[in-house]
Every structure is written in C-alpha cells, then in structure tokens.
Write a protein that binds this ligand. Sequence first.
Ligand code: G3I
Length: 362
Amino acid sequence: MNRRAALALPVVALPAQAQPNLAPLRQQARAFGRAFGAAIRSEILAQDADYARLFATEAEILVPEWEGKWEALQPTEGTFDLAPLRSIITAAHGHHQRVRGHALVWHNAMPEWLPRRLADGASAARAALETHFNTILPATRQAIRDWDVINEPIANAPGADNPQAGPNPLRESPWFRALGPDYIEHALRLARSLDPTLRLTLNEYGIEEATPDAEIKRNRLLALLRRLLDRGTPLDALGIQAHLQLRRPFDAQHFGRFLAEIRSMGLAIIITELDVREADQLPPDITARDNAVAQRVREFCSTATQAGCRTIITWGLTDRHSWLTQDRDVARRDNIPTRGLPFDTELRRKPMWHALAGVLSG
Ligand code: G3I
C-alpha cells in the first residue's frame, strides 16, 4: 500500500487496553530522546545468529562484556589484540549502533603480567598505563567515543563478606598500591589529553540499594567525585552498574536524592550494567519471579530517568548468556537459572522487557 493510500485510511482509535508497544527498545528509547543498549560477547556474536539478530534489533549501544579489558586487549606485555573488540565494532557499524568502551582501569581481568609490572613501582605503572592508553584510545577513536575509564574504585564497606576491609575509602587495587589515590585523576587526565572529546566515565557498583553498606559506598563515592571535580579533573559521567539484588530493599526517594547530588556536580548518569539477581527465597514460580524482577526494574529505572539519566544499558539481553547464571558467586544457590535480563533463554520478551519499554518511552 502506498503512503497516500495509507494516509487516506480512517484512523481507528484503539481501545484503552491497547496492545503493548512491542517496538524494539532502541526505537522506543530513541523516540523519547533516550538510548538503550546491552553488553555483548564476541564469541557468542560469532556463534549464535539468533543472539546477534536480537542485539541488532533491540540495542542502540553495544558494550563489550570482556573484549575492552586489559586481559583481552594486551594479553602479554606490549602485544595487543584488538580483534575481539573490532568484531563487536564491525557488528555495531552494520546496524547503526554505537559502542561504549569498558574498562580502561580495573582491578579485575588483568593479564597475569600486569600485577607484576605494577608492583615494580610508580614509574613502571605509569609507563604501563601510558602504553595501554596510547595504543587503545587512538586505535578505537573513530568507533568508541565513551569509555569507562575508571571501574570500581571505591572500597566496599567493612562487613561480613568483606572482613579484611579497612578505613580506606578507595579500593586498595594494584593501581592504588602502585600509584596511590591519585591514579584515578592521573588516568582521567591521560585519557582527556589523548582525546579531548572522549566522554570519560567513572563506573561503580553496590551504590543502588537501601542498605548500610550501599550508603557508605555512596558517601565514599560522593567524596571522591567532589575531590576530583574540585581539582578540575576531567570527568563527564557516573556509570551506575545496577546489578540489582531483590534480597536488598530499594528506596526510590533516597536514591533519587543521591542522583540529584550527582547531577548537581554537572555529571551525566548512565545505567551501565543493569540486571537483577533474584533472592534465593523467591518461589520457583516463574511468573512471580519475573514480576518481582520487572517491578524492581520499573522502580529503579524510573527513578534514574526522573533524575535525568538518558542511557540504560543491560548486562546482556538474554538469560541464555548471563554472568548471573555462569558465575557461581552470584548464581542462585538452588541452581535455578536466574531470570535477570529482558529476554528469556528462548529469546522471548519477559515482564522486565515491558518494564524497560515503559520507562524508556514513559
Ligand atoms: O578467558 C577467556 C579467553 O581466553 C577467551 O579468548 C575469551 C573468548 O571470548 O573468553 C574468556 O573467557 C571469559 C570471558 O568472560 C568471556 O566473556 C573470561 O575467562 C572471564 O573472566 C570473563 O568474565 C567476565 C568478567 O566481567 C571478568 O572480565 C564476564 O563475562 C563479565 O560479565 C564480567 O563483567 C563485570 C564487569 O566488567 C564489571 N562489573 C561487574 C561485571 C560482572 O562481574
């Protein structure tokens, strides 16, 4: 039917209980000036055509789940391998998608040579950082305009699962031990000096829920951000990982006040790794579990968008491939596969998908 004929048709008002808008999340988000994306794995992208098609349809932004980390990019000192990352960039370009980089400075996913090099002292650590940045940022400059430069710099609060924690508000990572607390400012300034228009993000987890530990972490993060910005450190956005946990309470008003504080500093807010860990005690009934996950996502994401967050990224798209099922530290103890992403293992939309659609287009 041509456009003229289509326009001539009477517009039929749908009943109030119209079918939900099933347009792809990237399309619904874009229509309201927002962006939706998801973390992707290059080896699955190459092997699973349905997985690849789902990402092409639903995500405007792709985040390499592993391929942008030191372990992947510089597996041996001075030898770089950008092929896995480039495979994600190539896929993105084929579907008008953007790629955000993750993660330039982190204490995990370090190739085995790196901690040894950092232990050689400050000048060796600075040299390693500069070699990595001087190689990766120019090589990806055309394709990646936004990096998690600093990942998880805040120390977890001392608690039952963290008995060794001390009073230091910063994680005593190999970077911290080699360069002191100024490693954060140093890395951000280095990235900005290499690429003046690159968006620089500091990314953190465990700052979302209404628990004493999250409150301690939020306050430590606010203090770090104030100190960085008071010193004129280049920083554009706070990445909030949002690995939400249903066993922990969420206080929308309190979290909204925290986000308002971040926004008052002039920082953008990005939800960078959204997924939901179910509480083990949830009944195995899938409908109840999916609805509980969707409700938390609706509360959390609407709080974030109301505070000005315009980018929501989930840590994967389908339960078929989620760290929540593969990593024993976070999987359900009853071994029931977690259902913490928008699509199930058969790539069917779940209530979480509809919750995201409602927030992104709300
Ligand atoms: O090591 C192999 C490598 O030899 C092989 O070439 C490659 C092929 O893709 O796979 C590698 O396997 C694993 C990789 O995930 C594949 O995706 C790595 O062993 C494994 O350590 C790695 O785990 C990732 C983890 O970060 C550490 O990098 C998870 O997939 C990823 O979901 C997880 O993501 C983190 C974020 O970066 C930061 N926030 C927390 C989040 C969950 O832990």
